[in-house]
Write a protein that binds this ligand. Structure first.
Ligand SMILES: C[S@@+](CC[C@H](N)C(=O)[O-])C[C@H]1O[C@@H](n2cnc3c(N)ncnc32)[C@H](O)[C@@H]1O
Length: 277
């Protein structure tokens, strides 16, 4: 019987599959990720009774069920690493400066978007910090969280975490907002109910009408995986979605420079926030 690790991917098959993945999601796997792809997809090939990636690639291109398989493929290959209060300087800046600035302008509805949200640690961190600072009583605040991977979005909706997700948090953060059940930590419903999750793709034009106007975008630790054209597409979409006085936060190792001229970079000491030109 074939073992999951026994389906090997050739160079040509890898390049063909990589083109399919980048076209759908923006994620560009470099050649040294060949084995990651092989490891993550071998079991799926065996489930489908394929003995080669060539057959799988053909299925993704020609089979009537290809759309459903693309969803499975993307769920299997995305890198979903995240944790609570990651790059916390930006969340601190949101609370200390961005929210007060929007409220001072008399903004009654503030829409915040965490994209990609992975398993929910980022949008829940935002909701927790806003809650602790009392912002939910000062304006109508929507926290929306989106990811291309439907499995992580389902997990995020459940809001159940293990200890490793809290590597950057104080014991008070955990005890105030989570209920421990054995080795699981369940997010309390007063925070859980503040975040609305959905599945969406930042390089698809459908994301613009789907989201409407957003005041604050957190798009952290995904553009690093994209090729140049898809970075450009994502930033063009953000430019359309972001309100004129809105704010865009990217991950620490990400930047708009050389990709978009639509944003102004503002350095606030512990990080960077982009505003629209
Ligand atoms: C490393 S996680 C980042 C999560 C969180 N923003 C953080 O900084 O901790 C990257 C996430 O990007 C998602 N992703 C990849 N391509 C995407 C796309 N085109 N649209 C939306 N989400 C995408 C993946 O599914 C994955 O959950």
């Amino acid at each position: 019987m074939l073992q999951p690790s026994s389906v090997k991917i050739s160079e040509i098959e890898f390049f063909e599959l990589r083109d399919i993945i980048v076209k759908v999601s923006g994620i560009m796997f470099s050649e040294h990720k060949k084995y990651l792809i092989e490891n993550r997809l071998s079991k799926r090939l065996i489930e489908l009774k394929f003995t080669s990636f060539k057959e799988y690639n053909n299925y993704l291109k020609n089979n009537p069920k290809r759309d459903a398989e693309i969803v499975t493929l993307i769920n299997l290959v995305t890198i979903n690493e995240t944790y609570f209060m990651r790059e916390r300087g930006q969340v601190d800046y949101l609370v200390s400066t961005v929210m007060p600035a929007l409220i001072a302008k008399n903004k009654k509805n503030i829409r915040i978007w965490s994209i990609p949200c992975s398993t929910g640690e980022e949008p829940y961190s935002i909701a927790i910090e806003l809650f602790d600072a009392g912002f939910f009583s000062k304006a109508t605040i929507e926290v929306i969280a989106t990811d291309i991977n439907s499995d992580v979005v389902e997990a995020a909706k459940h809001g159940v975490y293990r200890e490793g997700a809290f590597r950057s948090c104080s014991p008070q953060f955990i005890s105030k907002h989570f209920t421990q059940q054995g080795t699981d930590f369940l997010i309390n419903s007063n925070i859980k109910n503040r975040v609305k999750f959905n599945v969406g793709n930042i390089v698809s034009s459908k994301i613009v009408p789907m989201m409407g106007s957003i005041d604050i975008i957190f798009c952290r630790n995904v553009l690093i995986y994209f090729d140049f054209d898809n970075k450009k597409t994502a930033l063009l979409n953000f430019n359309k979605i972001l309100s004129n006085d809105g704010y865009l936060f990217l991950g620490h190792s990400e930047s708009v420079s050389r990709v978009s001229t639509d944003f102004v970079m503002n350095n606030f000491g512990t990080g960077i926030v982009y505003t629209k030109k």
